[in-house]
Design a protein around this ligand. Structure first.
Ligand code: NAD
Ligand code: UFG
Length: 339
């Protein structure tokens, strides 16, 4: 079975390609390398001992996508490609709507015309907005997003739902990720943010290697046990395995399905810093700062539906995630570096 992976050179995509290859799938990546390194394309075979197909192409380019879909004839598409920086999306809404929405429409058009109607889409817990209750189940109503990035996920979920409703030959699985962190145990692939990281874990790892003096903790006056924000951190390899299970599900012709991919447990910013200190064997300095605009206090999943219907649940704990992030960061202090 052949799987086409858009954005497969990126952080979550590369880990998913490794798991797919390990499970015996044929994998073809389409990535424009906007936020990825070509080195990933060499490291995936290094880890798995298997070849991976690669097209340096933009999903917004219909003629290229049509050519690739017709030539490769994949059985399913896992669609990761997109822009994902929350703050940047507020500055550049047009770029985000154009890349994420137009790109997905073009991809779906090329899929439809080539006869491939199976898609797994990277959505996000951000679609829940500020959840009324935690843990968050898939039935929890979607909320108002606080930024254009979040709205692209919200809208794309609707667009894919409508495509499937109009043509029941389509199978659409929307995966709502919580907070992916960690890296492959080989230390060969991991997260490589450009510039100063916005997300907590990459910032903590950069403090650990001395690129920043301390972690800025955004607020300690939330209604949480220690006052800092609580999130459902999930090991990227667990998340990647969730996609392999979603491929199994799509073979059953399920129509439209939505699953949370999280661990079901929440950890505070201070707990993450504590776990990371343990993993890297040194104290991580931090300072309490003002709250960050747009942040919510608590967000963690109810992960029971994915367990029941996909037979998937996360295996790694917070210390595993920190240990693997540290291995990646300490052996690749500049990420993938220059080509
Ligand atoms: P990433 O930036 O590492 O990967 C995205 C990949 O898509 C990159 O390799 C980039 O070069 C590629 N890309 C972007 N636009 C493209 C285009 N027009 N054509 C072809 N390739 C293009 O991000 P990631 O963290 O691996 O996230 C993957 C997906 O998961 C994204 O859709 C993201 O929104 C979603 N997601 C991520 C998180 C997270 O915290 N990392 C959480 C929820 C959802
Ligand atoms: N935080 C800090 N200091 C930092 C960065 C973050 O204290 O330098 C705190 C935040 O205030 C929050 C927690 O750490 O309480 C996690 O913040 P992240 O930025 O790592 O993650 P978010 O939960 O804010 O958002 C992420 C992605 C979104 C996605 C969401 C749910 O950035 O795109 O997870 O999947 F929608």
């Amino acid at each position: 079975m052949k799987i086409l992976v858009t954005g497969g050179a990126g952080y979550i995509g590369s880990h998913t390609c490794v798991e797919l290859l390990d499970e015996g799938y044929e994998v073809v990546i389409v990535d424009n390398l906007y936020n990825a390194s070509k080195k990933v394309i060499r490291r995936i075979p290094q880890i798995t001992g298997k070849n991976v197909g690669f097209y340096e192409a933009d999903i917004r380019d219909y003629s290229q996508m049509s050519h690739i879909m017709n030539k490769e004839q994949p059985d399913a598409v896992i669609h990761f490609a997109g822009l994902k920086a929350v703050g940047e999306s507020v500055e550049k809404p047009l770029a985000y709507y154009e890349n994420n929405i137009s790109g997905t429409l073009t991809l779906c058009k090329a899929m439809q015309e080539s006869g491939c109607k199976n898609i797994i889409f990277s959505s996000s817990a951000t679609v829940y907005g500020n959840p009324a209750v935690v843990p968050i189940t898939e039935q929890c109503p979607k909320g108002a997003c606080t930024n254009p990035y979040g709205w692209t996920k919200h809208m794309l979920e609707q667009i894919l739902t409508d495509i499937q409703k109009a043509d029941p030959d389509w199978n659409v699985i929307l995966l709502r990720y919580f907070n992916p962190i960690g890296a492959h145990k080989s230390g060969l692939i991991g997260e490589d943010p450009k510039g100063i990281p916005n997300n907590l874990l990459p910032y903590v790892t950069q403090v650990a290697i001395g690129k920043h003096p301390y972690v800025r903790v955004f607020g300690n006056d939330y209604e949480t046990p220690d006052g800092t924000g609580v999130r459902d951190y999930i090991h990227v390899v667990d998340l990647a395995k969730g996609h392999v299970k979603a491929i199994d599900k799509i073979k059953e012709h399920p129509g439209i399905k939505i699953y949370n991919l999280g661990t079901g447990k929440g950890y505070s910013v201070l707990e993450v810093i504590g776990a990371f200190s343990k993993a890297c064997g040194k104290e991580i300095p931090y300072r309490i700062m003002e709250r960050r605009a747009g942040d919510i206090a608590i967000c963690y999943s109810d992960a029971t539906l994915a367990k029941k219907e996909l037979g998937w649940e996360a295996q790694f704990d917070l210390l595993d995630m920190c240990r693997d992030s540290w291995r990646w960061q300490s052996t690749n202090p500049d990420g993938y570096g220059e080509e």
